[in-house]
Design a protein around this ligand. Structure first.
Ligand SMILES: [Zn+2]
Length: 158
């Protein structure tokens, strides 16, 4: 019982105490784009460990492109292809995505980082020791945090 009481996270939906961190990123190899994800548990000390890794299947890609009107014009206007840039191996970390979910019911948990540009430790909002003054929101939560007045001027990089 003491262990449960000491948990920093208790899901308000399922009562679970486990959190899962998922990291999603794209790899550009020639003209092909591969999507990968890795995930693992987030501990009470804000550290996490990826225990699983897999390639994400993107089966709906054709349909998405067909229905995506307005994108076709860009193809005609490309006068100077810069193919050499496509093969650049270094990934742009800014396009990566991070998710925190309840490890039991998979409910999305809002979170911030201990340092800007998504560096440092992960601070889930629902951790009992969460302090927004010490946290930089993950990019997808910037608007929400702004509405709450949860960050100071200069706290967030554009
Ligand atoms: Zn849950």
């Amino acid at each position: 019982m003491n262990d449960k009481d000491a948990s920093k996270f208790t899901c308000n939906k399922c009562g679970g105490h486990e959190l899962t961190v998922t990291h999603i990123w794209n790899i550009q190899a020639g003209n092909a784009s591969e999507k990968w994800q890795e995930w693992g548990p987030l501990n009470d000390n804000h550290y996490w460990q990826y225990e699983f890794k897999e390639k994400v299947e993107e089966h709906a890609e054709d349909e998405v492109q067909r229905g995506d009107f307005g994108e076709f014009e860009a193809d005609d206007s490309v006068s100077e292809p810069e193919e050499h840039e496509i093969y650049e191996e270094e990934r742009d970390r800014e396009n990566d995505d991070f998710l925190v979910n309840c490890g039991n019911c998979e409910r999305e948990i809002e979170f911030g980082w201990s340092q800007p540009y998504r560096h440092g430790l992960i601070f889930p909002v629902e951790f009992s020791d969460f302090d927004f003054l010490e946290s930089w929101p993950d990019p997808k939560y910037v608007d929400v945090w702004q509405q709450r007045g949860w960050f100071r001027t200069g706290h967030i990089q554009p």
